[in-house]
Design a protein around this ligand. Structure first.
Ligand SMILES: [Zn+2]
Length: 464
């Protein structure tokens, strides 16, 4: 039934583009308030104002439809629905400013924030965070009514909101989502890069980043990964009742099969409570030097230097190159001290680190050297020492990386660097027990699924 939406109004709305979230609430009229007069002259070509900064996380598709496509009952339905706008916090932006940007009058914004402050400190707002601003439905199914609610997630399981009360003021409240700890298992073959293939398999991005970090001692993400290699990862996470991951936890296992050579990382907590990753033999995966001294996640096929003439080490080249976007942070491959930092001819902006084990490493063509990296300073493994650029004699942004033994460049792909802790005796026995448990868990959880920790405990190993 058309109710008070007349055919004339409907005609004047023809071609009014409305952006909706598939399966979600209508989102429109979300630009800082634009007066809309439905009974006015009726510009048939008027397009609906798009919502502010909607971040859809790839979960929903935006579809443009016209009101002319809608039945009368659908239009009436819209007239009953509140209008939600998802606004992303800009860098340094205060909640009042954000609300202003969403078209909320400052007096109302102040009221809402004063209520919210009892549950949430607005100074904790982070750039990129999403805030949902709700307006009451407007008559006739388009535009929007008065500002009615602001809500945001303070962490993956808690939402706080301030809602307009019947008396006119705002009142704050919160909801928490029930979550359960589960263990998830994914595996797949690598088509382009580990990052892209793990993403395609559905591994959460934070887990991929942590996995790449843990593997960076053993894997040269530029050269070691070939098409057809495979990966496997098992991690803990907190899942909501719909089975959606709300917070990833620790990686319990990460493995790579690189053309038949296997790399396996088991997370293990020793008897003193310290955790580290160990290979199947109980050797810490930490090594004196990282094999990939940049964020391996940035080495994707799009940036891979597949066509670079001098990827590898040669007598002419004396180093290896990592193709990553300009500005990518460069990490110290190992603990050491800065032997040189500054412009160095064809090397451009250059840093050389001396490590305690007879090795030195050098990093060239940086766009800039990180603050505090000066000759004589100590650096820690993984510390950011500069940023990828194309200074000196360079054809494009990349990291030129050298390993020196004494003062001679050596092939980083073939050196044996000192390794970390090797478990022995009772520690090794304890680790082997843990490893068996981890392997069993992986066998019990089918790939691309997750399972409650309690269910796994019940399945457990059979006791005689
Ligand atoms: Zn080079």
């Amino acid at each position: 039934m058309a109710g008070h939406v007349t055919a004339k109004v409907k005609r004047s709305l023809k071609a009014l583009a409305v952006v909706i979230l598939v399966g979600g609430a209508a989102l429109f009229a979300a630009r800082p308030f634009v007066p809309f007069t439905p009974f006015g002259g009726g510009d048939d070509r008027l397009s609906g104002p798009p919502p502010l900064y909607m971040d859809l996380e790839g979960e929903a598709k935006v579809t443009a439809i016209t009101l002319a496509d809608l039945s009368d009952s659908e239009i009436e339905d819209r007239a009953r629905r509140p209008v939600e706008t998802i606004v992303q916090v800009r860098s340094g932006e205060k909640l009042t400013e954000l609300l202003g940007r969403a078209g909320v009058a400052s007096a109302e914004a102040t009221q809402a924030i004063d209520a919210l402050i009892t549950l949430f400190d607005p100074r904790q707002l982070k750039a990129g965070q999403k805030v949902t601003v709700t307006h009451a439905p407007a008559p006739h199914g388009f535009g929007r009514g008065e500002f009615s609610k602001v809500s945001l997630a303070t962490d993956p399981i808690r939402d706080v909101f301030a809602r307009r009360t019947d008396k006119g003021g705002f009142k704050a409240d919160q909801t928490t989502r029930p979550v359960s700890k589960q263990v998830a298992h994914y595996s797949g073959s690598i088509k382009s890069s580990l990052y892209e293939s793990a993403m395609a398999a559905g591994v959460p991005v934070q887990v991929i980043i942590n996995m790449i970090k843990a593997l960076s001692y053993d894997v040269d993400f530029q050269r070691d990964i070939q098409q057809g290699d495979s990966f496997e990862v098992m991690f803990e996470g907190w899942y909501d009742t719909k089975g959606k991951l709300v917070r990833p936890g620790d990686i319990l296992f990460a493995g790579l099969d690189l053309s038949g050579s296997e790399i396996q990382l088991y997370r293990y907590e020793d008897s003193l409570g310290a955790t580290d990753y160990f290979n199947a033999k109980g050797e810490s995966v930490k090594k004196a030097l990282l094999k990939t001294p940049v964020d391996g996640a940035k080495i994707t096929s799009g940036f891979g230097m597949r066509n670079h003439p001098i990827l590898g080490y040669s007598k002419m080249h004396k180093g290896i190159d990592f193709g990553v976007p300009p500005g990518t942070p460069i990490q110290a491959a190992g603990d050491g001290s800065v032997e040189m930092a500054g412009p160095n001819g064809a090397y451009g902006n250059y840093v050389r680190l001396r490590h305690g084990n007879g090795f030195a490493t050098a990093y060239a063509h940086m766009s800039r050297i990180a603050q505090g990296v000066h000759t004589g300073r100590r650096v820690m493994q993984g510390q950011i020492i500069g940023f990828v650029g194309s200074t000196g004699r360079s054809t494009g942004p990349h990291l030129h990386y050298e390993v020196l033994q004494g003062n001679n460049q050596v092939n980083p792909m073939s050196i044996k660097v000192p390794t970390g802790v090797k478990l022995a005796g009772k520690d090794l026995d304890r680790f082997q027990g843990h490893k068996r448990q981890t392997d069993l868990m992986m066998a019990q959880i089918p790939s691309a699924t997750h399972m409650a920790v309690s269910a796994l405990a019940k399945m457990g190993p059979k006791k005689n």
